[in-house]
Write a protein that binds this ligand. Structure first.
Ligand code: HXC
Length: 258
């Protein structure tokens, strides 16, 4: 697969996807979305890794949607762009394996929305995050108005979106938007270590956790709880060798082999 705006590398069971349009701070345009959609649909790649890490080339993770491209948009084109981006970010949110955002620098607008669609966020201590659309007379359009309040609460989301000023990685960590901080020079290393830890756990259990959390957020609490019990029960069916191996390994005082 050849890409103009992406780089992909595999390190054992971890995939590293790098947004590679540094001259525009990795701004998202239709070309970037097309390539992302194509990459994320590649079953062969996704099934060959256990965790995907997404990061950016240069000083930005992603500085947002491409402002130059948006200047000429008609209402229909703007709607379509919002939908295209949303579909791609939903592909990330619904990808069967966990996705970690390694936020190496600016994660603004669509860039933060990309990070929000990932499952876990690690950020460089020097990164800056925000939803500055309001400065352009815009609103977030790739589900940021929906994902941020679910992650950080409505008050924090309103604050970030209405002021449009951006916050430091440390502040984002305090708000729970970012789960881990790392010095800029070791961000990738720290993110890969985290990815490896996740990759060493029961792979189906990890996938199931992602589904439970994602689906559960869309359901009334009672239904979400029922769904969890059903899935928990299903893990005890006879063909669930992962559970068998995990429990046996614990009782035999050895590492599980899955
Ligand atoms: C297009 C962008 C860009 C963007 C930066 N560049 N951000 N191009 N779209 N979002 C380009 C600059 O024009 C410049 O190109 C080059 O990248 C380097 O950027 P500089 O501004 O020179 O860098 P710096 O001074 O370090 O400032 C970094 C920055 C600033 C603070 C991140 O670039 C910035 O404020 N960018 C815009 C951030 C933003 O508003 N994002 C939200 C977009 S709206 P040249 O050619 O001059 O070298 C959005 C909506 C999503 O995301 C929903 C859509 C449906």
């Amino acid at each position: 697969m050849h890409f103009n705006y992406l780089k992909f590398e595999k390190r054992d069971k971890i995939g590293i996807l790098t947004l590679n349009r540094p001259e525009a701070l990795n701004a998202l345009n239709e070309g970037v979305f097309k390539e992302l959609a194509c990459f994320l649909s590649s079953k062969e790649i996704i099934q060959s890794i256990r965790v995907l890490v997404i990061t950016g080339e240069g000083k930005a993770f992603v500085a947002g949607a491409d402002i130059k491209a948006m200047q000429e948009y008609s209402p229909q084109a703007a709607y379509d762009f919002s939908e295209i981006g949303k579909q791609v970010f939903d592909q990330i949110a619904n990808l069967e394996i966990p996705v970690i955002a390694a936020i190496n620098g600016f994660a603004l607008g669509g860039g933060l929305e990309l990070a929000l669609s990932c499952d876990i966020r690690v950020a460089s201590e020097k990164a800056r995050l925000g939803l500055p659309e309001v400065n352009l007379g815009l609103i977030p359009g790739f589900n940021g108005t929906q994902r941020l309040p679910r992650l950080a609460g409505a008050g924090n989301a309103m604050y970030l979106m209405m002021l449009g000023e951006g916050i430091t990685a440390g502040e984002a960590y305090q708000l729970g938007i970012v789960q881990k901080l790392a010095p800029p020079e070791t961000l990738l290393e720290v993110s890969l270590e985290l990815a490896e830890k996740v990759a060493s756990k029961g792979p189906n259990a990890v996938k199931l956790i992602k589904v439970m959390v994602r689906k559960g957020l869309e359901l009334p609490g009672k239904d979400a709880g029922k769904m969890e019990s059903k899935e928990f029960g299903r893990l005890f069916k006879e063909d669930q060798s992962e559970r068998e191996e995990g429990i046996s390994a614990f009782l035999e005082k050895r590492k599980p082999n899955w």
